[in-house]
Design a protein around this ligand. Structure first.
Ligand SMILES: *Cc1c(COP(=O)(O)O)cnc(C)c1O
Length: 413
């Protein structure tokens, strides 16, 4: 083949436009002049936020659901509802995003990071080793990768460790048929633009426990209006708590809820589309030197982003690879960058947490790459991305060390 090499022109940051039903619902809310979730509806109907809570509880198969202002707020409320407070230690995966340790720190508690297995999930042996004295585990299904959930749940039960699931990248995922968010005591979701349903910012929390649901609702800032909720426990659950639980003002508003409801209805179809993109990329990279991430058959994941590793590549080789990919239109994220960039994250960049040494995680992140797969892409786009990656991985692997870009420092150097 001759001619200029293929250049990808899609935009990795462009989400799909909202569906027409969401636009119509947004207009209705704006014209109603009732944006606050507790503005009484003259018809006596549920507010948009309460309706979203009822629909999300049904979608998840959870007893209770609470809509809040962000995924981070959902996690902070969940920790607080479980009684985590200043000085407590909360375990979390080292491979996670900044809002997770941030939620822990917001309570005056300290994150304790657990090592990462080759499949990017939490290392269960290291979890056992580090559990002593911890108050809870805040587990991230980071980038949609779930550990062996029955094993994890059994281990948490054995260690008497309350489990909170961070399902920011796992809304709609299942393990052996059971939804993500059903393995622990509370689950937290994000509706920020790069997650599975999009209101710009927003979050949801689910639980089956009356006491935790009542605490979370009061914490979210329900005043004495907790009876006006879509999926809340009976008033008796609030009786002993309502004057003792502080108001953290983390409510969702009707505009966001209105644009989320039609998206929730579309989620199963969206998941099928994400999987088509993911599978195309995975097939396109099979047999290349890239190490793909193992996906066990029990894991019905969503695939809204794609990760691969180039084990053993030096910082200079990676820098060359990234700049050549960028020149061909691929916005790759690299988790090993010495300085945090955009949304990439490395536990060593969260200096408010106690310093930790996690050699397994360091080695993985040093050669870990990440691509977003927005639904504005088609499967043909995913095929093009795979073709460019294959080309560049092969070309850069063949370069002698002397032909590489100036070495970039990797963490741990
Ligand atoms: C996005 C995200 C969250 C929550 O983020 P918010 O921006 O606060 O909604 C939590 N955990 C992970 C892993 C995330 O990617």
């Amino acid at each position: 083949m001759s001619g200029a090499p293929l250049r990808f022109t899609g935009d990795f940051t462009r989400q799909e436009a909202l569906p027409p039903e969401a636009l119509a619902a947004a207009e209705r809310v704006l014209l109603s002049g009732r944006l606050h979730r507790y503005s009484p509806e003259p018809s006596g109907a549920l507010s948009e936020v309460s309706a979203l809570e009822a629909e999300f509880a049904a979608f998840q198969g959870s007893r209770y659901a609470l809509a809040v202002s962000s995924g981070g707020a959902a996690m902070a409320l969940a920790l607080r509802a479980l009684g985590v407070g200043p000085g407590d230690v909360v375990l979390s995966n080292a491979f996670t995003l900044a809002p997770v340790p941030g939620a822990i720190a917001s309570l005056g508690a300290s994150p304790r990071f657990v090592e990462t297995a080759d499949d990017l999930t939490i290392d269960l042996d290291d979890l056992r080793a580090k559990a002593g004295g911890a108050k809870a585990l805040l587990l991230s299904h980071m980038r949609g990768h779930s550990p062996d959930m029955p094993r994890l749940a059994a281990l948490c039960a054995e260690l008497n460790l309350p489990l909170i699931e961070d399902c920011a990248h796992a809304m709609g995922a299942r393990w052996a048929g059971k939804p993500a968010g059903h393995w622990g005591r509370i689950a937290c979701f994000s509706t920020q633009s790069y997650k599975h349903i999009d209101s710009g910012e927003g979050g949801l929390l689910t639980t089956d426990e009356d006491d935790l649901a009542a605490r979370a609702i009061l914490l979210s800032g329900s005043y004495m209006l907790y009876e006006r909720h879509g999926a809340a426990p009976p008033p008796a659950a609030f009786a002993a708590l309502r004057l003792d639980v502080p108001n953290m003002s983390a409510r969702m508003d009707n505009l966001r809820a209105a644009i989320l409801r039609p998206q929730l209805a579309l989620l199963p179809a969206r998941i099928a589309r994400w999987r088509a993109l993911y599978d195309r990329l995975e097939t396109g990279l099979a047999g290349s030197p890239a190490a793909l991430i193992a996906r066990p058959v029990a894991e019905a994941f969503v695939g809204s982003s794609f990760q691969f590793r180039l084990p053993g590549w030096t910082g200079a080789r990676i820098a060359t690879f990234l700049s050549r990919c960028a020149a061909r239109g691929l916005a790759l994220k690299w988790f090993g960058a010495p300085e945090p960039q955009a949304y990439t994250s490395h536990y060593q960049h969260w200096r408010y947490a106690a310093p930790a040494t996690l050699p397994q995680t360091d080695a993985l992140l040093a050669a870990l790459f990440d691509l977003r797969l927005p639904l504005s892409f088609t499967p043909e786009d995913a095929g093009q991305i795979a073709a460019i990656l294959r080309d560049e991985i092969a070309a850069v692997a063949a370069l002698p060390e002397g032909a590489l870009a100036a070495p970039a420092l990797t963490l741990g150097d």
